[in-house]
Design a binder for this molecule. Structure first.
Ligand code: PEP
Ligand code: MN
Length: 352
């Protein structure tokens, strides 16, 4: 349920309403939007009488029920306003959100050694990326496949962060690694395979680094938003959703089926920023540019692209990784569409 306050409602009145609701055993959450303040009520609200709530104060404009099962993640919960996830990075704050420039995240699937991660970071930064991605702990289908270099890879990510000034996004697999991972990660990634690892979701919800929540490979949009709700309910408002393809029946020509319809659907259902990962979404480097461009045209707020200095030698996901010069080219192509949809204010690096 949400209580929409009239614009210009005095702060003391909002505080008074909050204390009154708290005295009823409820946990009100004040949400300050650009135009209005909303008080969110989640939990045992089924028996609450809307008229009784309305009478608490003449400053209350409306009392509305959120119909969806995901409450905090729903668009209504913020009165239709998109949320902004602001991430401090060494190069300055980067904002993910509907009314902000497209944020490009790029880097290898796995952190392999210092030279490759630092050189990739510098290359993708020069091309216009704002974040470096790279896995230290890798979720692999086979227990015999490369599992990532673990904690030592976090130090290499720290070196790349320092050298490039880019923010770092890396995946958490085990809550026991949260503290060490948080020392280097500016955004913590929850991978597709852990999207419904509810204890992990609660843990990342209870700390303050922003969370990138990838869509589970068999998750419906509702499952995914309910997973986001776990993080929001645990107290962390900074969640970015990442569509990375779902399992359908064709595995011969594409690794996954990239659900680009998720962009407008999420736009309607949620206020959270939306990222598209065409690398895992298609599984093949040659299809990445087309889907990256389609993603911007569809209104995505961010893109995640795998880039590797030598994809044929990559320890994971080589076939879907772009070479740095292919990434440079893609960024120039993306700029054309980004500008057309008003999401590309940064200068486009010149051809070298
Ligand atoms: C990754 O980002 O490298 C990854 C493993 O992604 P996903 O969880 O989407 O498979
Ligand atoms: Mn990968």
């Amino acid at each position: 349920m949400i209580i929409v306050m009239k614009s210009g409602s005095p702060e003391v009145e909002i505080d008074r309403i909050n204390s009154e609701l708290a005295s009823w055993g409820l946990t009100p959450e004040k949400i300050v939007g650009k135009h209005k303040v909303v008080i969110g009520l989640v939990g045992e609200t089924a028996d609450l009488d809307r008229e009784r709530l309305q009478e608490i104060s003449p400053w209350i404009e409306a009392v509305l029920r959120v119909e969806q099962p995901f409450k905090r993640a729903s668009r209504e919960y913020r009165q239709g306003e998109a949320s902004e996830v602001v991430v401090p990075t060494p190069n300055g704050p980067v904002v993910f959100g509907e009314h902000h420039p497209l944020v490009v995240v790029a880097g290898p699937c796995s952190v392999e050694n210092e030279e490759m991660i630092v050189s990739t970071a510098l290359r993708v930064k020069a091309a216009g990326a704002k974040f470096l991605r790279g896995g230290a702990f890798k979720p692999r289908t086979s227990p015999y496949a490369f599992q990532g270099h673990g904690e030592s890879a976090l130090n290499l990510l720290a070196a790349a962060r320092e050298a490039s000034g880019l923010g770092v996004i890396t995946e958490i697999m085990d809550a026991a690694d949260l503290d060490v991972l948080s020392e280097v990660a500016d955004v913590i990634q929850i991978g597709a395979r852990n999207m419904q690892n509810f204890s992990l979701l609660k843990k990342v919800g209870a700390q303050n680094k922003p969370v990138l929540l990838k869509r589970g490979m068999s998750a419906t949009i509702e499952d995914w938003l309910m997973a986001a709700e776990y993080i929001l309910a645990a107290g962390n408002p900074n969640v970015i959703l990442c569509e990375r393809g779902i399992r359908t029946f064709d595995r011969e020509y594409t690794r996954n089926t990239l659900d680009l319809a998720a962009v407008p659907v999420l736009r309607r259902l949620t206020h959270l920023p939306v990222m598209i990962d065409p690398s895992h979404g298609t599984g093949w480097a040659e299809y990445v540019p087309a889907m990256a461009m389609a993603a911007i045209a569809a209104g995505a707020d961010s893109l995640m692209i795998e880039v590797h200095p030598n994809p044929s030698k990559a320890l994971s996901d080589g076939p879907q990784s772009l070479k740095p010069d292919q990434f440079d080219r893609l960024m120039r192509e993306l700029a054309t569409i980004g500008k057309a949809v008003g999401r590309w204010p940064q200068p486009v690096p010149a051809l070298v």
